[in-house]
Design a protein around this ligand. Structure first.
Ligand SMILES: [Zn+2]
Length: 429
C-alpha cells in the first residue's frame, strides 16, 4: 500500500508544481505597463465607501501611498500632461484648461483644441516608448490626439466622453494581449463629472466611486483571462481631487471690483483665474483686487516658487486663486460642462488635502501589500521609463523618489530622471 501512496504524493506535487508554474509564467517576458487615470478620484474616496472589492485587492496585492502630490494648477489638462511628461506645468506649457498664447496662430486654447503647436514638442511617455521601438496605445489622454514631436501613439482615438468605459477597457486589453503592446494608457472621465454635480461627499459621487471599482475589476479580470495579470505593471491614479463648493452661493463676481478699464481679458475662471490686464495696468488691477475676500491675487512675477508655475509665456500677467470652495467669475455666473450648479470643483492650491489624488499600483515590479511615502506626479514618467527599460527624456521627476514603490531598487545611472526644471522653450516674453 505504501508504494502507490508515494506515487500519488509525487504525482500530486508534480501537478501542483506544473499548475503553479503555468500560473506564474508570463506569456511574454517583456515588461508591460498600463497607466489608468480616473479623473477627479480624490485620495480618500475609498475610505468613504464600503463596496470596492477590486481596489481592496489592488491594495492587498500592490503598493499605495496616502496620496500622490500633484501639480498646480490642479486642473485636468495640466495635471494629465504632467503625468505623461514628468514636467511641471511651467515646463510643458499646458498651464490651464483654457489658455492664451500670443505666439500661436489661433491663440485661444480650449479643451477641444488639438492643434499640434499647443503641445510644444515635449516628449510624452508614449513618444519615449515608440522611439525605443516599443508599441504604445492610448485610449484617451490629454495630448494623445495631437502630434507631439511629429508622432501620435500607434493607437489613439479622438476624445469622445460617451464611449462606454467597458469598451475602453476591452480595447485596451486587446492591444496588450492580441497585439502585444508594451504600454497602454486609459482615461475615464469619472468620478470627476459626478463630483462636480454632487460634491465630494455626495451620494451620487460615492456611488460613482463604486462603479469605477467595477470598471477596475473588469480590467483586472480581462488581464487575468488573457494571462497578463501577473505580467503587467498597472498604475491607477488621477489628476486631482475634489473640494466641496457651491457656485450659487460662494461666488466672487469680479464685476463688483474691476471693469474693462483694467481688465482686457479673462482667460480662465473658476477655482483660479488668469487675467490679461489692459496695457500698463497690471499693478493697478492687483491693487483693485488685493482686498477681495476668499481669494488671493498676484502678479506673475510674484507667484510662489513652490507652485512651479511662473516661467512660461502662457502663464498670464495676473493670477487669482480662490480659497477652497470658492468660485471666481467674470460675469456673476459659472457654467461649464452643462452643469447648472457646481457642488464640487478643483483647480485650487495643490497643498490642500482635498486636491490630492489617489495612487495604487500592482504588478511584478511593485511591492506587495505596502504603503510607502508619497511621491510626486512628475515622478510617474521616469518610473514608467524605468519599468519599460527605456531612457527618459529630460524631466522634473525623480526615479530615486519613485523607487520606494519597487521590489528591486533600480541601479541609478548618473542623472537618470533627474534634470532640473525648465526644459521648455524660452518662456519669458
Ligand atoms: Zn473636473
Amino acid at each position: 500500500m505504501a508504494r502507490p501512496f508515494i506515487i500519488t504524493i509525487t504525482t500530486l506535487l508534480l501537478v501542483m508544481w506544473m499548475a503553479s508554474s503555468v500560473k506564474s509564467a508570463p506569456m511574454s517576458s517583456k515588461p508591460k505597463v498600463i497607466l489608468v487615470s480616473m479623473d477627479g478620484f480624490r485620495h480618500d474616496y475609498l475610505s468613504k465607501v464600503n463596496n470596492t472589492p477590486n481596489f481592496d485587492m489592488m491594495l492587498r496585492e500592490g503598493v499605495t501611498m496616502p496620496w500622490i502630490r500633484n501639480t498646480f494648477t490642479t486642473l485636468t489638462f495640466p495635471c494629465h500632461f504632467t503625468m505623461v511628461t514628468g514636467l511641471y506645468e511651467e515646463s510643458h506649457g499646458i498651464v490651464a484648461n483654457n489658455m492664451y498664447d500670443s505666439k500661436t496662430d489661433r491663440n485661444r486654447f480650449r479643451m477641444s483644441t488639438t492643434d499640434d503647436d499647443w503641445w510644444t514638442g515635449h516628449e510624452t511617455i508614449w513618444t519615449s516608448a515608440q522611439k525605443a521601438g516599443l508599441k504604445a496605445g492610448v485610449y484617451f489622454w490629454v495630448g494623445s490626439a495631437s502630434k507631439i514631436q511629429g508622432t501620435r501613439p500607434e493607437r489613439w482615438f479622438p476624445y469622445d466622453g460617451r464611449v462606454p468605459f467597458e469598451d475602453r477597457v476591452d480595447t485596451l486589453v486587446k492591444w496588450m494581449s492580441e497585439d502585444d503592446f508594451d504600454l497602454g494608457l486609459i482615461y475615464f472621465n469619472e468620478p470627476d463629472h459626478t463630483g462636480h454635480v454632487s460634491g465630494p461627499e455626495g451620494h451620487a459621487t460615492l456611488k460613482e466611486v463604486e462603479r469605477m471599482d467595477g470598471i477596475l475589476g473588469r480590467l483586472l479580470q480581462k488581464l487575468n483571462d488573457t494571462n497578463l495579470l501577473d505580467t503587467v505593471n498597472i498604475i491607477v491614479t488621477s489628476d486631482h481631487g475634489m473640494a466641496a463648493t457651491d457656485s450659487d452661493t460662494k461666488l466672487i463676481d469680479l464685476r463688483d471690483y474691476v471693469n474693462e478699464t483694467l481688465v482686457a481679458n479673462v482667460i480662465q475662471q473658476g477655482s483660479m483665474a488668469s487675467l490679461i490686464p489692459q496695457e500698463g495696468k497690471a499693478q493697478e488691477l492687483v491693487d483693485a483686487l488685493k482686498d477681495v475676500e476668499h481669494m488671493t491675487v498676484m502678479l506673475k512675477e510674484d507667484i510662489s516658487e513652490r507652485y512651479h508655475y511662473k516661467d512660461h509665456r502662457r502663464i498670464l500677467p495676473v493670477l487669482l486663486i480662490a480659497d477652497e470652495g470658492w468660485t471666481i467669475s467674470e460675469n456673476g455666473t459659472y457654467r461649464r460642462l452643462n452643469i447648472p450648479r457646481f457642488l464640487g470643483d478643483h483647480g485650487y492650491d495643490n497643498i490642500l488635502s482635498s486636491m490630492r489624488p489617489i495612487f495604487v499600483a500592482r504588478g511584478p515590479a511593485f511591492k506587495q501589500n505596502a504603503v510607502v511615502e508619497s511621491i510626486d506626479t512628475v515622478d510617474i514618467y521616469p518610473l514608467i521609463c524605468h519599468l519599460l527599460n527605456i531612457d527618459p527624456a529630460p524631466n522634473n521627476g525623480s526615479l530615486e523618489r519613485a523607487a520606494t514603490l519597487l521590489r528591486v531598487p533600480p541601479k541609478f545611472k548618473e542623472n537618470l530622471g533627474r534634470v532640473k526644471k525648465n526644459t521648455s522653450e524660452p518662456s519669458k516674453h
